[in-house]
Design a protein around this ligand. Structure first.
Ligand code: ADP
Length: 247
């Protein structure tokens, strides 16, 4: 039997009568990079928000490692190992790259409130934080405030803070959005490296990145699954071609 880490059964979300996600049954296999694609308005973001419980489903179930997480809180889901990468918020933007990773490490250890303690306490995370910055290729920018980093480096920092939480599964929301060609290549390499020994589910618009990275692809259109398979299969599917042409 295939090993499925995340499964949805009939996942549905209606907003005051408008069904944005309809009866979506998805199976993400452990250890794979799985992409969710589809034209604008297909329901990708809504689906993502349902999986991490930033939205409550109106129907269906979500199972993570066989456990029903449909009613779990976002924090509980993160504790179980499924972590969503977040854009560095305005709140942490003025902090340096190193401090941002340090906060994520503290969160992982559950001592958020050390945040206010002495430098000595804070510094005990620095070795590990530097390793993570090095892993994503931005160690030389450790003292730069996050807001001052280039776009690509900011996304690399976000990946470092996500990795600090030691996720079993990562959900990446458009990791390449707004990037120039060079950054796309660098971040794609990074995602590939980070995916080793983990599972990744991503929403991504850049189809060449999707083709390069994904083991499996789910195509959504009008809130429903239109096709599923590897890039070869879905890119040849007439229903997929039509959905993209019509968008
Ligand atoms: P995608 O990410 O694939 O572009 P979305 O999940 O953002 O699609 O949106 C799917 C559909 O649901 C769109 O038609 C959108 O207008 C609608 N939608 C999304 N969020 C809400 C909301 N909070 N209230 C009403 N409609 C929404």
């Amino acid at each position: 039997m295939e090993d499925v880490i995340l499964r949805t059964e009939g996942l549905t979300k209606a907003f005051r009568g408008f069904v944005a996600v309809r009866e979506v049954s998805l199976a993400v296999r452990r250890g794979t990079i799985h992409a969710m694609i589809g034209p604008n308005g297909a329901g990708k973001t809504t689906c993502f928000n349902l999986l991490t419980k930033f939205l409550e489903p109106t129907g269906g179930r979500i199972l993570y490692n066989g456990r029903d997480i449909t009613r779990s809180s976002p924090a509980d889901i993160a504790r179980q190992g499924m972590v969503r990468s977040f854009q560095i918020s305005a709140v942490f933007g003025h902090m340096t790259a190193l401090e941002n990773v340090r906060i994520a490490l503290q969160r992982k250890r559950g001592d958020c409130f050390d945040f206010w303690r002495s430098e000595r306490v804070l510094k005990r995370y620095d070795g590990q934080a530097r390793e993570l910055l090095d892993a994503v290729g931005i160690l030389e920018f450790e003292s730069v405030p996050a807001v001052e980093l280039s776009y690509g480096r900011k996304r690399a920092l976000e990946l470092a803070t996500t990795l600090a939480l030691e996720p079993e599964m990562m959900l990446l929301d458009e990791p390449m959005a707004g990037m120039g060609h060079e950054d796309v290549g660098r971040i794609a390499e990074l995602v590939k490296r980070m995916a080793k020994g983990r599972t990744v589910l991503m929403v991504e618009h850049n189809l060449s990145v999707v083709a390069d990275l994904s083991d499996r692809i789910t195509v959504l259109a009008r809130g429903e699954i239109l096709a599923e398979g590897d890039y070869e299969a879905v890119s040849r599917n007439p229903r997929v071609i039509e959905a993209y042409m019509g968008s």
